[in-house]
Design a protein around this ligand. Sequence first.
Ligand code: AMP
Length: 283
Amino acid sequence: MKTILSIDPLKNELKKLREQNRSIGFVPTMGFLHEGHLSLVRESKKENDRTVVSIFVNPAQFAPHEDFDSYPRDMKKDSEMLEEMGVDILFCPAAAEIYPGGYATYVEVEKLGNVLCGKSRENHFRGVTTVVLKLFNIVGPTRAYFGRKDAQQAIIIKKMVTDLNLDVVIRTAPIARDVDGLALSSRNVYLSAEERKAALQMPAALQRAKAKIDEGFRDALAVKKMIREELKKNPSIEIDYVEVASLDRLEDAVVINPGNTLVAAAIRVGKTRLIDNFILGEI
Ligand code: AMP
């Protein structure tokens, strides 16, 4: 595995690959890797001649009061994991090269970025789409891989790719969970044992809702209420949102369409914000 720390050497390396007609799979991450990230790497390796992974904790997607400074980082361990997976190139740019002084250009997907997580995280998706577009321009991938854990993010990136005629295929992978059901997240390290126990209420509530829908239940408001009530049973959970929305437009659903629905929740447990969801349909 080649580890490359700046843009020009990476571009040179990738230019060579493109000249040899090699397909390039790309997995953008913020590091502190877990099985969720590795599942994306595995998919990429299956479908492409070469796999590039980036690790970049993107300041543009964190609000000033959020956890940019304390976001967990372990480059040595990440690098070992990726080497073991057989990744070809690890790209770890410095923030000063991605956003040099006077940086002024942002890309924003309207509407989709202002609902769900976008409501409580102002400018978050603008930061995500900006860095992902920059990384796509730098890497020039054939295919790029995103987790459905961040379903809204995947939906927004797909929309950006369509709207801006980008020449990359977006693939998504299912949510990887720990044995106890909690969706894997780099932020799970923030949780104390007690908090983790509380957090498990979220996958449990979503699973119950999913079972109800699988039985034929179609009332979106009642499903939201049911999930909220499950979450409220644990006083250490602060609900950010529980939403039932159409998958394609992320608009509030009234009747659940079993082929086009996202059921998503975000909670705070102590200082940690956690998200989870299930999807009826495909992204
Ligand atoms: P992050 O490092 O959190 O920015 O995530 C990088 C990529 O990994 C994103 O496409 C995420 O959606 C994906 N990812 C994170 N956690 C999971 C998970 N538990 N299951 C599947 N994909 C995940």
